[in-house]
Every structure is written in C-alpha cells, then in structure tokens.
Design a protein around this ligand. Structure first.
Ligand code: AHM
Ligand code: MG
Length: 334
C-alpha cells in the first residue's frame, strides 16, 4: 500500500532541495495550511449558523459572530502573527496592509498577500469558495518594519502562491516556482494529504468560464471570442467563484475570463490578491495568464494595493486563441 504524504512532510522534504534554506518559507506555508483547516471547519458549518441561531450579534462565548470572510481574514492574520515568519499582510478585506511584530532576534523576510475567502457571496447558497494567497520576499530592510514597497511587487517576484478550495472536498494547491502540487484534506486524519503530484493543465480544453450575462458590456473582440467558443461547442461553466472555476479548468482544460466591462472598465479582480497568485499557479502548471492588452499578468507593474485587472487564464491553446481574436478584432484606434 502506498504510504500517504502529508503537507507538512512534503514541505519539509522539499526544503532539502535548497541547502541554504532557513526553513522560514516552509514554516510560513505550514502555518497557512493550519489556518486553512480552521477556515475549512467554519465554512463547513456555515449553514448551521442560521439553524443554531448564531447569526445574531453574539455567539455562545459572547463574541460577536463575524461574517465568514472576516472570520477567515482574522484567522489568517492570527496565524501569521504567531508564526513569526511573516512581516506583514495585505488582504482583500483590509484597506491598508498591516505590519506584524517580528519575534525576538528574528527579522521576518516575507510578506503575505491574501484573499481570505474569495467568492464569499456564494456561501449562503452552499457553493464552493476559496482562499488565495501569495508570498513575496521583502525588498526593504528586514530589520525594519515592512513598508508598502514590500507589497507592490509584480507577480513575477512571487516566491510562492497557492489556493485552498472548500468544495466537495477541501484541497490546497501550492507552488514555490518549481511545479505545482495539490493536497486533499482527509477529515478523519485532519491532514492535507498529497493527492495531485506535479499538476499540469491540459494544453487544450472544452470549457470556458465567463459571466456571459455581461455579454453586451464586453468589447467587440471578447464578444467575438465568446461566439467562437460557443460555435466550437465548448461548454460554458461559471460558478462565480474564481478558485473553483480555475481549479476545474486546471484539471480538465479550459479558459477563465474576467474581462473589462462597462461597469468595471479596469476589470473586477484584484491583481495582488487574485490575479497574480492564480496566474503563477496556472503558469507553473503549463498554462498562460494575460490581460486584455495581451500583457503577461505576472509582468504587470503593481502600483496600489487594490489595483484591479482584467484577466484571461488557462490552457495555453485557448489563451493563444483569445490573443488571436484580440489582434484580429480590436479596433485600430483602441
Ligand atoms: P469577491 O472577492 O468579492 O468574492 O469577488 C471575486 C469573485 C470571483 O471569485 C469571481 O470570479 C467573480 O468575483 C464573480 O464576479 P461576477 O459576479 O461579476 O461574475
Ligand atoms: Mg476575491
């Protein structure tokens, strides 16, 4: 019988590949894994909150009951504070980044960017949600507190990225820039166990994921591309939860598109918390991620914490095809 490999074992084992590694990144990844288990527990019992009448202002212990995305945000911050490996966090839930105190004699050299619960509007209807995270090495003096410069780095500087999908099972996917691996939570063991080794995305795929309800708000090239997907008898699959939609496309092959619309002329998704980490994972799986100017997402300069971006990512062939449609149909004066 094959012996299972837990997330912790895997992380420690991978660290051996880097003889000068200090273990800080490994520690940080392990702490994210623990925070994910706690968020998972709360996501799973979200439905009970109403049944048990806990959605008022206080819970059994007298604490205020928080919305799940705020709970996830706070839990991740709490774990990072205790870990001592992380010097600051920028979160989709927070207007500004927060600085974490470093442990004595130890200057944390990483910062975390996170969307604690992406797609959280889906929770009340029992649809999958996810956590997205990215880790940057600081660019400022590690002996000082972190600054905004540590966060405003392009995606190509990410040292690690990952997501947790709270679906029919809970899966944690991560990369440190050397391939992608996935770990499924075994509830009986309470451990993430290696389930998707060296994950790759199919080069072709039959799925396209886009909010087609905005069709009339899309630009011409996007409308033509969608028509093409439909003409090619591809299946439209859109959960409205980026992690779930991208995960399916990684496994089966497909493209996820969140373009500019009249309502969101800069796109809707945040480059720091959503686009960059997901782009790194998809690229590491062998796929592509670009914006509507056909720039590689990971090379786009990041100038503010909540910067938005249009994004198209997934199987290489499908993203290449989208690129061809842009070149063919984009009006010359645009
Ligand atoms: P959120 O971070 O507020 O949850 O929003 C992000 C989500 C993505 O997961 C999803 O792809 C997108 O918003 C859906 O948006 P829309 O309802 O406009 O299609
Ligand atoms: Mg989000």
């Amino acid at each position: 019988m094959n012996r299972i490999t837990t997330l912790d074992e895997f992380i420690i084992d991978k660290q051996k590949d880097f003889p000068f590694a200090t273990g800080e990144l490994s520690g940080l990844l392990r702490d994210i894994g623990v925070a994910a288990k706690i968020v998972n527990r709360e996501v799973n019992r979200a439905g009970l909150v109403n049944i048990l009448g806990l959605d008022g202002s206080t819970n059994q212990t007298g604490d205020e009951v928080k919305k799940l995305d705020i709970f996830a945000n706070n839990k991740i911050i709490e774990y990072m504070e205790n870990s001592g490996e992380c010097s600051g966090i920028a979160s989709e839930e927070l207007e500004d980044f927060i600085k974490l105190p470093s442990k004595a004699n130890k200057e944390a050299k990483y910062v975390l960017v996170v969307d604690p619960l992406d797609g959280s509007s889906n929770i009340d209807v029992n649809v999958s949600v996810g956590t997205i995270f990215g880790i940057y090495r600081r660019v400022t003096d590690h002996k000082q507190e972190c600054t905004i410069e540590d966060f405003l780095q392009p995606g190509n500087k990410l040292v690690a990225a990952g997501y947790i999908l709270y679906g029919t099972s809970t899966i944690l996917i991560y990369t440190t820039g050397n391939g992608v691996n996935g770990f499924t939570l075994d509830p009986s063991l309470g451990e993430f166990c290696l389930s998707h080794k060296d994950l790759t995305i199919p080069e072709y795929g039959d799925f396209y994921s886009i909010n087609q309800g905005y069709y009339l708000q899309f630009d011409l090239e996007m409308r033509r591309y969608i028509d093409h997907c439909s003409d090619s008898k591809r299946s439209l699959r859109y959960i409205g939860s980026m992690v779930s939609d991208v995960h399916r496309n990684i496994i089966y092959g497909g493209i996820f598109l969140y373009p500019v619309t009249r309502k969101n002329p800069l796109g809707k998704l945040r480059i720091l918390y959503e686009c960059n980490p997901m782009a790194m994972i998809v690229e590491q799986c062998g796929g592509r991620a670009i914006n509507s100017n056909l720039e590689r997402i990971l090379d786009v300069p990041v100038t503010s914490l909540h910067q938005k971006s249009p994004i198209m990512l997934g199987s290489k062939h499908l993203v290449n095809e989208y690129e061809e449609f842009v070149m063919k149909y984009r009006p010359q004066n645009k």
